[in-house]
Write a protein that binds this ligand. Structure first.
Ligand code: ASP
Length: 309
């Protein structure tokens, strides 16, 4: 058994360990821990504590994948519940589909009994109001062009010293049966274009798991990991015999070769079927927690700088 969860998921680490040690199913463990993170208002990139889009509306992305069966479920731009991973899991459990977005995802959430709740906190509203400033009325015109605002939302995410970069909670797990699973949940890029979907709900971009080879996830610039199917590529590298370090380093260097489009930090997390792990960042610092059966402590570690090839 093991789990790896990124720093954003610190509030979920106790639950993950309790679940796994109690021989919970891997999907139950990921969902239980993610629900705690999604409810934690101090976590500013996920669930209740997350940040809204350009129009001040919360839109959540999440997905979950079982590494034994490769069954998966995903939601994008879900608005009325912060517990996006729970809805994603139920897409997998109850529908013949794997991915619901927007109004359909919200409709499904109500249908399965997930109550609608106000998703925007006072703190997030205040930050959005500060960002939008005097331009609010102009921005809220139904036909207002929104694309020009994307530049300033990038500035918020990347350039202002007091701003935090965007982030996500990603969880990689192997349970007592020896099978892996992976999951992700996020409110995505602060002040993103309405309807923007990042990598977290895109299986193979934001995370991936195949119990035979291991599991991987990515955080930060989803626009880049979608272009490279990054998490799937890491797992396929491990299938081809690479160590987690080699697999992550190879994909990180593919990300470095991307030309044009929006370029930013990507953090790549991998654990192989033997439980060996490696985490690297192409830029900003990042931390994560790793626990393996038989070790008394949950290690809190830093992502290593990507080694250039
Ligand atoms: N990867 C997420 C996204 O693109 C955000 C993040 O992890 O920083 O929505």
């Amino acid at each position: 058994m093991f789990f790896l969860i990124n720093g954003e998921g610190s509030s979920g680490i106790g639950e993950l360990r309790v679940q796994l040690e109690a021989r919970a199913n891997r999907l139950d463990a990921i969902e239980a821990a993610t629900r705690i993170v999604e409810a934690e208002v101090s976590c500013k990139s996920v669930g209740r504590g997350g940040m809204p889009n350009i129009l001040g509306t919360m839109q959540f992305d999440a997905s979950i994948l079982d590494g034994q069966t490769l069954r998966c479920g995903a939601v994008g731009a879900l608005e009325h519940t912060p517990h996006a991973l729970t809805v994603a899991r139920q897409v997998m459990e109850r529908l013949p589909h794997v991915f619901l977005v927007g109004a359909g995802a919200d409709r499904f959430a109500r249908e399965i009994g997930v109550a609608a709740e106000p998703a925007l906190t006072d703190d997030a509203r205040a930050k959005w109001e500060q960002w939008v400033g005097d331009s609010r009325a102009e921005l809220e015109r139904p036909d207002a062009p929104l694309a020009p605002w994307l530049g300033t939302s990038i500035d918020i995410s990347y350039k202002l010293p007091e701003a935090r970069p965007k982030d996500t909670v990603v969880t990689l797990v192997r349970d007592h049966t020896g099978h892996c699973a992976s999951g992700a949940s996020t409110s995505g890029w602060d002040f993103k274009y309405p309807g923007r979907v990042g990598d977290s709900p895109i299986i193979g971009a934001g995370h991936y798991a195949d119990s035979r080879y291991g599991t991987a996830a990515c955080t930060h610039t989803g626009e880049m990991t979608i272009r490279t199917c990054a998490a799937h590529s890491v797992v396929m590298n491990m299938k081809a015999g690479m160590s987690p370090k080699q697999a992550v380093t190879d994909v990180g260097n593919e990300l470095r070769r991307l030309t044009g489009g929006h370029i930013g930090t990507v953090v790549i997390y991998a654990v192989n079927a033997e439980g060996e792990h490696y985490v690297a960042t192409t830029g900003d610092a990042a931390s994560y927690y790793f626990w393996r059966e038989g070790t008394p402590e949950i290690a809190h570690l830093s992502a290593l700088p990507l080694e250039l090839t």
